[in-house]
Design a binder for this molecule. Structure first.
Ligand SMILES: Cc1ncc(COP(=O)(O)O)c(C=O)c1O
Length: 379
């Protein structure tokens, strides 16, 4: 059982969808699959954005595609760093040669207040700002309200990483006026790793189309990807299933797209709000159990915690890795250690997608408590 930061277990329905016979990606029937995925992406992100599409490549792929499609040489890229994922966005920005400005939280587990962000945008005049809605390396959930306003007033686009927060926390992309938002397959959607997806606002599309320079990557060029998905309004309405002309970008992961379509359909059937509440209820249960074990959360305030991924400090007298190994060997349960600067100091418990159910979280908590007690008794 994968009770970690992802990938999570795959739902049987998704597995059945993946097992369908392969069709050619230039077959018009595949365009229909893409259209349904696009509609599903709009639903889970709560947006009307035409440019809503999936990429063959994991969450990092969508992150880099967004950054290099929306920025040009000489532009300033403001990155809010809660933990590992902000550092990753900054690293991508530096590798592409943008002028990266990092804004860091005072301590791991803290959030940014609006005032600090507002001042940084006004001081640095970035063209793009990255913010991680849920940072899985520390378990934070950053509020996004009012950020778009200050970004737009200063000529900046708002890029949101929703890889782990999607379907676990409310995220209304149109209400928040987010310009670019991405997520991945292997978290709350319970699809195997290998695909990610992104949605771009008309403002972001306009920015890409009015670039003075070419996007430096071909594979990650979101204008080319949108062409392959027939998302441009002219193409979108002109071509129907029987007379569309495929625009080749690269060979997509056809089977994973089937899986993604199925998973998005499952969210529609269950209802986005119900999916979010299922994750939140499981989280409250786990938080209660963890508190009763006397363990400390990395994120102190419950309202600042990401529901489906909880980061816990490993007590001094316990060998964290031994608990991880014990859970794996004795119960077949995988939990995560840390990532980045505090990697040896924390455990991360995840209950994403199909694993967000009372039975699995109960099994996790019992096994976790037993594994900790065994380590305590050995010390
Ligand atoms: C918040 C966040 N952003 C980005 C990523 C990168 O996704 P991937 O590992 O699918 O490339 C992850 C993966 O855990 C993540 O949790």
């Amino acid at each position: 059982m994968l009770m970690n930061a992802g990938p999570t277990n795959v739902s049987p329905r998704v597995m059945d969808a993946i097992n369908q016979p392969l069709i050619h990606f230039m077959d018009p029937k595949f365009l229909e699959v893409l259209r349904e995925i696009s509609a599903g992406i709009r639903y889970v992100f709560q947006t009307r954005n035409q440019y809503s599409m999936a990429l063959t490549g994991s969450g990092n792929c969508a992150m880099e595609a967004a950054i290099c499609s929306l920025l040009e040489t000489g532009h300033t890229f403001l990155v809010l760093v809660h933990g590992f994922w902000g550092e990753r966005a900054a690293l991508i920005g530096r590798k592409h040669g943008y002028n990266v400005v990092e804004l860091r939280v005072q301590r791991p587990g803290h959030l940014f207040g609006f005032k600090r962000i507002d001042e940084a945008i006004k001081a640095h005049k970035p063209r793009l700002m990255y913010v991680c809605h849920g940072d899985s390396s520390v378990g934070t959930l950053q509020p996004l309200e009012n950020l778009a306003n200050v970004c737009h007033e200063n000529g900046c686009l708002l890029l949101v990483d929703a890889v782990i927060s999607l379907c676990c926390a409310p995220l209304n992309v149109d209400q928040l006026v987010i310009d670019a938002v991405f997520s991945g397959s292997q978290k709350a959607l319970s699809v195997p790793p290998g695909v990610s997806f992104i949605s771009l606002s008309p403002r972001a599309v306009e920015r890409m189309k009015s670039r003075k320079t070419e996007i430096v990557s071909l594979y990650l060029d979101l204008i080319l990807l949108a062409k392959a998905w027939c998302l441009d309004s002219d193409n979108h309405y002109k071509y129907n299933m029987y007379n569309y002309k495929y625009v080749y970008h690269y060979t997509p992961a056809v089977q994973l797209m089937y899986g993604l379509r199925e998973s998005l359909a499952m969210v529609v059937e269950e209802g986005l709000q119900n999916v979010i509440e299922r994750h939140q209820k499981c989280s409250l249960f786990v938080q209660k159990e963890i508190t009763s074990l006397g363990l400390q959360f990395l994120v102190q305030k419950p309202e600042h915690r990401l529901s489906a991924l909880l980061a816990l400090w490993i007590p001094d007298h316990i060998d964290g890795q031994k608990v991880i190994n014990d859970l794996c060997n004795s119960y077949g349960i995988t939990i995560s250690g840390g990532l980045g600067a505090i990697s040896h100091q924390i455990w991360r418990l995840g209950f994403l997608g199909v694993n967000a159910n009372p039975q699995n979280v109960n099994t996790l908590c019992k096994a976790f408590s037993e594994a900790i007690n065994r380590q305590k008794n050995r010390e």
